[in-house]
Design a binder for this molecule. Structure first.
Ligand code: ADP
Length: 499
């Protein structure tokens, strides 16, 4: 896949996912707002009903009071003025019921007249009673209008009643969550409140004017809060949470996939580079050897022993170079095999390093430089594979020469010390081109080569340090690098001593 295709896919997927996420968030917000509105409406309806119930309660109170008074008065009046007993009432009824037109003979006229009189009396009484009831009702209404606000609000709306009304009305409107409330007077402030009533902000308080006919200055308000309101609202929209979670999961997977795609892309580019480098590295010695072979075919060359020596020397050197390159490529296969073939044995680190330095001396001196050895570690016996250990030191020295500064003679220093009684520390230091901090972090990665290095005429596979790192790891040690651009680099290996 082309890099641009990956980018286009990334952008399209990112837009789609972010759009999905944004829409879900908007939907969630809308749902919460709607739930809040619904909640508000239901609470308002409940509070309104509570207020009506309290007013009805008050009316009943005044009715009861006035009725008791009237009852006493009325029973007195009935006995004294009208002279009608309950027995009389029933007499009229039975008389009227049994009255037949056939009975209306002159002989009965007196009886009927008496009856009519008593019937009119009865009507008078009923009328009187009605007028009385009416006036009493007026009185009750007047009482309510004039005196109800004189009663203390604690009596008119006592906390138990308000609480039970609130509970039943809220339940009726489908709000079965706990509440706290207070009664607040317009002039004197909070009249009473429940223990948990402590609103965080005025927005959390739902209010309802109680007894709206009271004079303005005496008006009371019922204030209600719901401490668990946000949980209640959330619980009704929480079914949306999994969908959000899935979107985030999708986003995570998407980011991971993209990062893998880019990594793969980079790896394939690196592999291409690697193959290019390798071809180059092989081509040079091969062409040298091929030229040498052609020269050997030449009679004049064959006849001159000096020329012959020179050509055979070239073939020898180039074959060595080729073998070294092949060795490096073979090292690559080590990374993919889990258990690289290792023959661990006791090895004198100082002696081993000394040998490598000896073979390297000539190469450094060829560039006018020196290699110094301060091999001061005591009892430097380590448990390593000899061949691989030698390769490690060789690779580090090879890099130190490869990445030397053009204008400065290479100065290499190899040091061994004992940082403690169980370890040996091997340091390979040079005065070469050095590396930037961000490169330093990556040089031990497979195929990594410092791309901006100004010595990129120096061909390599980016495998040397990865190999070194892997080997040191297998020997149970650690390696780190310190470097400064145009000053030099320092590779520090710590290995456990063989006991
Ligand atoms: P190669 O040398 O084949 O490129 P290495 O794994 O040996 O691969 O090194 C990785 C990179 O680290 C090199 O490309 C080089 O830029 C940098 N590097 C390694 N050793 C040194 C050194 N002594 N001084 C400066 N840069 C170095």
């Amino acid at each position: 896949m082309k890099r641009s295709t990956i980018w286009i896919l990334t952008v399209v997927m990112a837009i789609a996912l972010l759009g999905l996420l944004a829409m879900q968030i908007v939907y969630l917000e809308k749902m919460v707002a709607m739930r809040n509105n619904q909640f508000y409406e239901n609470v308002k309806r409940s509070l309104n009903s509570v207020s009506t119930l309290l007013e009805q309660n008050e009316t009943k109170y005044f009715l009861d009071q006035d009725l008791t008074e009237a009852e006493q008065m009325y029973s007195g009046i009935r006995k004294n003025s009208f002279g009608f007993g309950e027995g009389n009432d029933s007499n009229i009824d039975t008389t009227l019921k049994t009255l037949n037109p056939a009975d209306l003979r002159p002989a009965n006229r007196n009886k009927l007249k008496a009856l009519n009189d008593s019937y009119q009396d009865k009507q008078e009484i009923l009328r009187g009673q009605f007028l009385y009831q009416k006036s009493m009702l007026y009185e009750v209404i007047l009482n309510i209008l004039n005196h109800s606000s004189d009663r203390p609000i604690q009596e008119r709306a006592d906390s138990t009643t308000v609480s039970s009304y609130l509970r039943s009305e809220l339940d009726f409107n489908g709000l079965s969550l706990p509440f706290e409330f207070a009664i607040v007077n317009k002039t004197s402030g909070v009249v009473y409140k429940t223990s948990g009533y402590s609103p965080m902000s005025q927005q959390d308080v739902y209010t309802q004017l109680l007894f709206p006919n009271d004079p303005k200055s005496k008006q009371n308000t019922l204030c209600v809060t719901f401490p668990t309101k946000s949980d209640y609202i959330f619980s009704s929209v929480k079914f949306l949470v999994p969908s959000l979670a899935f979107t985030f999961l999708l986003l995570g997977v998407f980011l991971y996939t993209i990062s893998v795609a880019f990594k793969q892309k980079k790896l394939s580019e690196i592999k291409n580079d690697f193959i290019n480098n390798m071809t180059h590295e092989f081509k040079t010695p091969i062409s040298s050897i091929s030229i040498a072979a052609q020269m050997l075919n030449d009679d004049s060359v064959r006849k001159s022993p000096e020329m012959l020596k020179h050509v055979s020397g070239v073939i020898n050197d180039e074959t060595k170079r080729l073998r070294f390159q092949v060795e490096k490529v073979l090292q690559l296969s080590l990374f993919d095999r889990k258990n690289a073939t290792m023959r661990l044995e006791e090895e004198d680190a100082n002696a081993s390093i000394y040998n490598v330095i000896n073979t390297f001396k000539l190469k450094v001196e060829k560039y006018g430089g020196h290699i110094n050895a301060n091999l001061d570690a005591e009892d430097p016996i380590i448990n390593v594979d000899r061949m691989h250990f030698t390769n490690v030191i060789f690779n580090l020295l090879d890099n130190a020469v490869k990445y030397r500064r053009e204008d400065v003679a290479p100065e290499l220093t190899v040091t061994t010390v004992n940082p403690d009684e169980d370890h040996i520390q091997i340091t390979v230091e040079d005065n070469g081109i050095g590396m930037k901090r961000e490169d330093l972090r990556k040089i031990f990665e497979k195929f990594y080569r410092v791309s901006t290095g100004n010595r990129h005429d120096v061909k390599g596979f980016g495998l040397g340090l990865a190999y070194v790192h892997k080997m040191i790891d297998l020997f149970g040690g650690t390696i780190r690098a310190e470097s400064e651009v145009n000053r030099g680099s320092k590779f520090i290996i710590t290995l456990p001593l063989y006991k």
